[in-house]
Design a protein around this ligand. Structure first.
Ligand code: GDG
Length: 732
């Protein structure tokens, strides 16, 4: 593997100017600290904004670049104005509230969206500058959701991973975004898309399915002509750093200092950035209620509330700060005594060792965000409890709760829940505390941030094998050239072409999939070439095919092989005498499923009945399709029928009749030295199986098939046929 390029909004190093001098300092935040050890051990380059205005940056460009490169960092220069628009507005006032389930706080402005697009382009330019063949790109977080697709358009076959650190919301929220399709497509430019929990991954998959029509199977999503993998990778922490620091003599001393202040009082701790998603006000209210209900804890308990300043210029955050100040004042005013302040409130960032000392001293970690992608503080608290004591109370709406089943989980909207969990935590016997901690610590030590990153990178590197895993055999350039050459040189050719999904895309109603002028001309010109048989192999009824293609010099197969119309006779003939009396018995069953499944309907042909659910909710449709197939099973064996599950259809027809058998009518009658079958559906698999092995067969769509090759879309099928047409004309 080449280098690993990590891309995030901020670099792990922040540059600023103090008294005319440039200063380089480590950046704060979970990602920067978590990945810092990992990226140094890898052959990695970190690309991001160094925190300094573009003008300053440009003036000292070489100097900054050189110093950052020494730290394996590469700067993306943005002006303060660009950052205000892209980060301050679009990221903080649109994405952040919406993705954290605060739609009422989200604003949607075109200018900030444009700034977001522009910033993503600026990042893209910087990466294109440094990328070399073989490098792997790992893009982080909601600031850069458009970047994977932009990179894919600019670089030749790059390997790209994307990880979202915040929740991906349910489709009912995500669809509120005016730019939802652009963001989904942007992320889908990545080979691997990672989330903290499987729930977020599920929300992403349903948004892609319902908003873009992209189906997925086992976390593999087919988006146009690519397959991306979607999976959960719960981010870990640098466990040894916390556990190791917790036993240093400096931290011991800090803990002793804390002991002198708290005496033998119990300590409850919370640490958050100032943000409405963190549930700080609710937590304080619940603490007030706890004191009222538990007078025995007066003077025996201190709540240490650490709030790290953030986005202080934004009015909503300034208001939240005032509300916290007031509520802390109200609780302390109401319950405090001369010698006891119930809430110890620190509104600032604290040094690392003080943080670890507080983790070590706190009897309870009270982590109650309203929503949180993961929440690393909860994990850090557990890692620092080297003494085997301490209880974690955690919101079920924090991503971390999915892994930390031994914590006391609460619903943050239920203050009784928080109060009871606090009571439970404070009363919990030491042995139980130790047991719960032991289980959680073991997991956190094993799946630490290093493992998390390695797991992601390995899965990303494996993603190139995805197509192989799914049984996909892409028609590569070399095979394509050979196919065209064989066509050119052949003396007698047969083309077996499916229609829907192969020559035209699917439409919501079968009657809407009218052939385009391009398709009609193509078929007609192909049919006019010498030494060729063009056979349209369709599931449609005779009348539709006659209406559209009746005048063309081609042969046709209708109703999946029931009817054949050779070009020479221009007469429809039935493949064998068939009986359709069974329809009376089967039709009411299909109609019942149509009634129960909004958007679905029954289509009737001479010798088949089809239940179509293309316009239904696809999950409901698939469920009903399975039920219907099971329902029909007993009946159809008695009546000598077969049930076919196609692309959003279930079709019932006489057994033994299929496109493959119909195709034999041509295959057996002539000596072809070139045969090409193209189709997209299950029903085309019979055709693929009927053509001799050395012939050409291509499935449109990237899934397992009996065909020799796959191509991704009907557009590619048309392009290939156009090329054959040209070659054929030159050849004969
Ligand atoms: C995103 C997601 C997700 C905090 N206060 C101090 C301090 N910290 C450190 C903590 C922790 C980090 O900051 C905060 O981590 P979080 O997980 O809570 O949140 P973010 O990194 O802001 O945000 C979040 C995370 O990404 C990772 O994917 O978990 O859900 O929103 O490491 O220790 N460090 C010091 N002093 C402080 O006062 N030294």
């Amino acid at each position: 593997m080449g280098r690993l390029l990590i891309v995030s909004n901020r670099l792990p190093v922040t540059v600023h100017r103090k008294r005319g001098q440039l200063h380089f300092e480590p950046s704060a935040g979970g990602l920067a600290t978590g990945l810092s050890s990992f990226y140094r051990s890898y052959n990695a380059l970190w690309i991001g904004w160094p925190g300094i205005d573009k003008r300053e940056g440009t003036a000292n460009k070489d100097d900054i670049k050189e110093k950052l490169l020494a730290e394996n960092c590469y700067p993306v220069f943005l002006s303060q104005k660009e950052v205000d628009e892209y980060y301050g507005k679009f990221c903080s006032a649109t994405i952040w509230p919406l993705f954290h389930y605060f739609p009422q706080y989200a604003s949607y402005t075109q200018s900030s969206w444009q700034a977001y697009e522009k910033a993503n382009h600026t990042f893209c330019d910087a990466i294109v500058e440094v990328w070399e063949q073989g490098d792997t790109i790992w893009v982080h977080d909601f600031h850069l959701m458009l970047l994977p697709q932009m990179l894919r358009e600019r670089l030749p076959d790059p390997t790209i991973g994307f990880f979202l650190h915040i929740p991906f919301p349910s489709i009912e929220l995500f669809r509120l975004l005016p730019w939802r399709s652009q963001l989904l497509n942007g992320m889908l430019g990545a080979d691997l898309i990672g989330f903290h929990t499987w729930e977020y991954a599920g929300h992403f998959l349903s948004s892609s399915r319902f908003l873009l029509g992209y189906d997925s199977w086992m976390g593999r999503i087919t988006a146009g002509d690519r397959i991306s993998k979607v999976d959960a990778f719960p981010m870990g922490i640098d466990y040894e750093r916390f556990a190791g620091t917790a036993i240093t003599s400096e931290v011991e001393k800090e803990v002793e200092k804390l002991d002198r202040s708290f005496k033998d009082r119990k300590v409850v701790l919370s640490v958050d950035r100032l943000d409405y998603s963190k549930g700080i006000l609710r937590r304080l209210e619940a603490f007030g209620l706890f004191l009222e209900r538990n007078p025995q804890y007066r003077e025996k308990l201190t709540f240490v509330l650490v709030v790290v300043p953030s986005r202080t210029m934004v009015a909503r955050y300034a208001l939240l700060k005032r509300q916290i100040d007031e509520l802390v004042g109200a609780i302390n005013g109401k319950h405090g005594t001369i010698g006891w302040t119930p809430v110890w409130y620190m509104y600032r960032s604290i040094p690392f060792q003080t943080l670890v000392a507080l983790y070590r001293r706190a009897d309870v970690g009270l982590i109650t965000p309203v929503r949180d992608g993961m929440n690393l503080v909860a994990k850090e608290y557990l890692a620092s409890r080297v003494d085997g004591r301490g209880v974690l109370v955690l919101s079920e709406t924090a991503g971390a709760s999915k892994e930390l089943g031994e914590a006391l989980t609460i619903n943050v909207n239920n203050d009784n829940d928080i109060v009871e969990a606090l009571e439970h935590a404070l009363e919990m016997p030491d042995a139980e505390q130790a047991e719960r901690l032991r289980i959680m610590q073991r997991r956190l030590r094993r799946y630490n941030v290093q493992r998390w990153a390695e797991d992601f990178i390995h899965t990303l590197l494996d993603s190139s094998k995805l197509q192989e895993e799914m049984g996909v055999k892409p028609l590569g350039a070399q095979s394509r050239r050979k196919l065209i050459k064989c066509y050119h040189e052949a003396q007698r050719r047969l083309l077996l072409l499916d229609y829907d999904g192969t020559l035209v895309p699917f439409a919501s109603r079968p009657s809407k999939a009218v052939p385009t002028r391009e398709v009609l001309d193509l078929l007609s010109e192909l049919g006019r070439q010498s030494h060729i048989d063009v056979v349209l192999t369709s599931g449609r009824d005779r009348d539709s095919l006659d209406g559209w293609f009746g005048e063309l010099p081609i042969s046709m197969i209708a109703e999946h092989g029931v009817w054949l119309k050779p070009r020479e006779t221009r007469q429809w003939e039935m493949i064998e005498p068939l009986n359709a009396d069974w329809k009376e018995e089967v039709r009411p069953i299909l109609e019942m499923y149509a009634d129960r499944t909004p958007g679905s309907f029954v289509e009737e042909k001479d010798f088949s009945l089809v239940w179509q659910y293309r316009r239904s909710d696809s999950r409901l449709g698939e469920l009903r399709a399975r039920e219907l197939v099971a329902h029909l099973e007993g009946l159809t064996t008695n009546l000598d029928l077969q049930v076919l599950e196609g692309n959003k259809v279930v079709e019932v027809k006489n057994s033994g009749v299929n496109k493959g058998r119909a195709a034999l009518r041509w295959l057996n009658a002539n000596e072809y030295d070139f045969v090409l079958a193209i189709g997209d559906d299950w029903t085309d698999e019979d055709t693929f199986k009927s053509v001799p092995e050395e012939c050409w067969s291509i499935k449109v769509g990237l899934s397992t098939t009996a065909a020799r090759y796959n191509i991704s879309s009907h557009n590619k099928a048309l392009a290939l046929l156009h090329e054959l047409l040209q070659q054929g004309e030159q050849g004969h």
